[in-house]
Design a protein around this ligand. Structure first.
Ligand SMILES: Cc1cc2nc3c(=O)[nH]c(=O)nc-3n(C[C@H](O)[C@H](O)[C@H](O)COP(=O)(O)O)c2cc1C
Length: 165
């Protein structure tokens, strides 16, 4: 099964995380989402989608420009996993909201979402990327919890290997 890691990043944090995830998944391709077209998404059996959150809960700009391609893609029978960069102290009311936007788009395109993650070790007030006691993907916070990033990614990739393959 082909794995594609598609990411949008403004200051490099999501790009770094995408590279770290890619290094743990043999054969995965890491692609800036602004270079992706509909066929790029449809070529993968597992799509790992990464975005930071900007404004007040907005998708990162590269994603905003690529939404039509993702909307047009037929992802039935495919798995999608989502990761998101955010700042739970600076933006506690919209923490990693953009993961929620990608989740809705993935479900609308027919995909099965894997890689949900417990909210336990985060301190925030509200997020559009939460369902019950789980995030809809993996949140990473370089501003406040950078020391956890490497271990979170390693554990999440293990989880994906179990859920998606
Ligand atoms: C103006 C501005 C607005 C932001 N808004 C949010 C937000 O609503 N929610 C959130 O979780 N993080 C927010 N952040 C934090 C970024 O998502 C965070 O710095 C992230 O690591 C950036 O990743 P990137 O370099 O890949 O774009 C904001 C940061 C800035 C500077």
């Amino acid at each position: 099964m082909k794995t594609g890691i598609f990411y949008g990043s403004t200051t490099g944090n999501t790009a770094n995380a995408a590279q770290q995830i890619g290094a743990l998944l043999t054969g995965a391709r890491t692609i800036p989402v602004k270079e992706a077209v509909k066929a790029s998404f449809e070529a993968c059996g597992l799509l790992i989608l990464g975005t930071s959150t900007w404004g007040l809960g907005e998708l990162q700009d590269d994603w905003s420009d690529s939404l039509d391609s993702l909307r047009a893609a037929d992802l039935r029978g495919k798995k999608v996993a989502i990761f998101g960069l955010g700042d739970q102290v600076g933006h506690p009311d919209s923490f990693v909201d953009a993961m929620g936007t990608l989740y809705e788009m993935a479900v609308a395109a027919g995909a099965t979402v894997v890689g949900k993650w417990p909210t336990d070790d985060y301190d925030f007030l509200a997020s559009a990327a939460v369902d019950g006691d789980q995030f809809l993907g993996l949140p990473l916070d370089e501003e406040n919890q950078a020391a956890f990033t490497e271990e979170r990614i390693a554990a999440w990739v293990e989880q994906l290997l179990a859920e998606a393959f």
